[in-house]
Design a protein around this ligand. Structure first.
Ligand SMILES: [Zn+2]
Length: 85
């Protein structure tokens, strides 16, 4: 019976810990009261943008502020993550 070698998880042996850059995401806030709490009313996909060979999805959202009830539009620009399954 042939045994299947299980691939070891984690980084390869001997490789050093890398110092990776971190990003800070600033959530969009209400122009009227400054709150970031919101309720998404509608999401409309606009399309996919190619930037430096990577795909980014562009979506427009209609949201309502939970603090004061003011409605606004938000744009979402996110990298497209493709599942490898
Ligand atoms: Zn508000």
């Amino acid at each position: 019976m042939a045994t299947v070698a299980k691939k070891k998880a984690g980084r390869p042996a001997g490789s050093k810990t890398q110092k990776l850059e971190t990003i800070k995401v600033i959530p969009p806030t209400c122009k009227k009261c400054g709150s970031a709490e919101k309720e998404v009313l509608h999401t409309k996909p606009i399309g996919v943008v190619l930037l430096d060979g990577r795909e980014f999805s562009l979506r427009k959202r209609r949201v309502r502020c939970l603090a004061c009830g003011q409605c606004r539009f938000e744009d979402e620009f996110k990298p497209v993550v493709k599942s490898t399954a």
